[in-house]
Design a protein around this ligand. Structure first.
Ligand SMILES: Nc1ncnc2c1ncn2[C@@H]1O[C@H](COP(=O)(O)OP(=O)(O)OP(=O)(O)O)[C@@H](O)[C@H]1O
Ligand SMILES: [Mg+2]
Length: 442
């Protein structure tokens, strides 16, 4: 959370090429939240987050930026598609459920932190339970020699279990019933309560089969769950999760253009779209949402919306919603040079993925620089003559280039296979030259 804007941008640079403005704006928004948290509470309450609207055509990195953010940031974060929601009163997910999803995300975030912090305790709990079954302790009345033997054996056995030597041994373990969690956050809280009672009833009913024969390997992971629920304090986890959701939560609202209604489109035939926009207003502006874990105030949750806005414009959103996304950033269309960089400079780039995949078959794939340039050039050209689908074009083009090698991989086992620009042109020139062909193939 305390990364500087420069550090955030540097991180994103590893995965997303160009799109400087978008990265900068987002990095700044995140830093502002950090700055806010350092202030006295009174001032904190005054400082509202500035929501962001990212606009850019398809395949230029909007979702990718958010995916990478989610991985990096240790804050509650979810990505949702605006088009998945329906107006309150209609069948489907209502927009408030995104807040409930965010809380669930926060809880698992805090929980895994706690598990990490209490790793040793949890491991000990698991180990003891397993040892108990493998090596029942001697009774009180047992002779001293027996007890000494036990102690000696215990040591070796513990080591063996930890090392994994006994992973395939089968033991019978009695599991304490952990409540079956229904995490259907789609339900309103009242219904969720009903569901909880049901799950309680079911868990008491199924008490008898809580004894199971499992391998030590499986027991390790199954017992971990039980250990965590026993050793960790659920109440404080929930409280911390609520606090973090309210102050640090981020909702990435993808495909927001899909709920805009184009002024041109005939007869506003989809009233529910506008309804969803209206339902979004209070949540984005700040309101209270009841969740299973407590009430969430959405005032300080940051919303980042994104959309291609091909058929609609940001101004097709209802004005109140437009106003709630004051920061606008446009993502650039991808040039040939950017496409080339996406292929060569991103961590785990597409080409590296292919190399790794074919490496499994023993094929050593080598791309000449000129060949990569050719792929970028052809992709860019295909984007121009057919639809501009951004970096996704690289996937189809590269797939086409490597199709045969991929299929006949066993023929090239333990050999170098050099992809030259001639090779790329041979594979693709006829396709690109023919408009109709490229429409279907690339
Ligand atoms: N600027 C970029 N740098 C690196 N990779 C990119 C870039 N833009 C797109 N990609 C790659 O292209 C693919 C599609 O990108 P992404 O999902 O971000 O598109 P999008 O902008 O969300 O499009 P849509 O509007 O269709 O949802 C991803 O695999 C992503 O890695
Ligand atoms: Mg997307």
């Amino acid at each position: 959370m305390d990364l500087t804007p420069k550090e955030i941008v540097a991180y994103l640079d590893q995965y997303v090429i160009s799109q400087k403005d978008a990265k900068k704006t987002i990095a700044l928004a995140l830093r502002t939240r950090y700055r806010r948290m350092q202030l006295p509470e009174e001032l904190q309450n005054e400082i509202m987050p500035k929501n962001i609207l990212m606009i850019g055509s398809t395949g230029v990195g909007k979702t990718e930026i958010s995916r990478r953010l989610a991985k990096m940031m240790k804050v509650p974060f979810i990505k949702v598609e605006a088009s998945k929601y329906t107006e309150v009163g209609f069948v489907g997910r209502d927009v408030e459920s995104m807040i409930r999803d965010l809380v669930v995300n926060a809880i698992s975030l805090v929980k895994s932190e706690q598990e990490e912090a209490n790793k040793e305790k949890i491991e000990n709990y698991v180990l003891n339970k397993i040892i108990e079954r493998l090596l029942p302790p001697p009774s009180e009345q047992a002779s001293q020699t027996k007890k000494d033997d036990y102690q000696k054996l215990l040591k070796t056995m513990q080591e063996q279990v930890v090392k994994g030597d006994l992973d395939n041994t089968i033991i019978e373990i009695e599991f304490e019933k952990v409540n079956i969690e229904f995490n259907d956050t789609n339900l309103p809280p009242e219904m969720a309560k009903v569901q909880e009672s049901f799950s309680k009833i079911f868990s008491t009913l199924s008490k008898e089969d809580s004894k199971k024969e499992v391998t030590v390997r499986d027991a390790k992971s199954l017992l971990k769950h039980e250990a965590a629920s026993k050793l960790l304090d659920t109440v404080s986890i929930n409280a911390e999760a609520l606090r973090r959701t309210q102050n640090g939560g981020i909702i990435f609202l993808d495909e927001i253009d899909k709920i805009a209604i184009s002024a041109k489109s005939q007869g506003r035939n989809d009233p529910s779209k506008e309804g969803v926009q209206r339902d979004l207003l209070p949540i984005v502006e700040g309101s209270s949402v009841t969740t299973k874990y407590g009430v969430i105030n959405t005032d300080h949750i940051l919303f980042i919306a994104a959309g291609a806005f091909h058929l609609t414009k940001p101004s097709d959103l209802i004005p109140e919603l437009q106003g709630r996304f004051p920061l606008r950033v446009e993502l650039e269309s991808l040039t040939e040079e950017t496409l080339y960089k996406i292929l060569t400079q991103t961590t785990n780039s597409l080409l590296k993925q292919y190399q790794a995949l074919l490496g499994v078959e023993g094929v050593h794939l080598i791309f000449e620089d000129e060949a990569i340039r050719a792929i970028a050039k052809i992709s860019h050209r295909a984007n121009e003559i057919t639809e501009d689908i951004g970096a996704r074009r690289l996937h189809t083009v590269t797939e086409k280039v490597l199709e045969d090698i991929s299929f006949n991989a066993e023929d090239y086992k333990n050999k170098d296979y050099v992809i030259t620009s001639t090779f790329v042109h041979n594979k693709l020139d006829t396709v690109v030259a023919n408009d109709d062909l490229s429409r279907y193939i690339l």
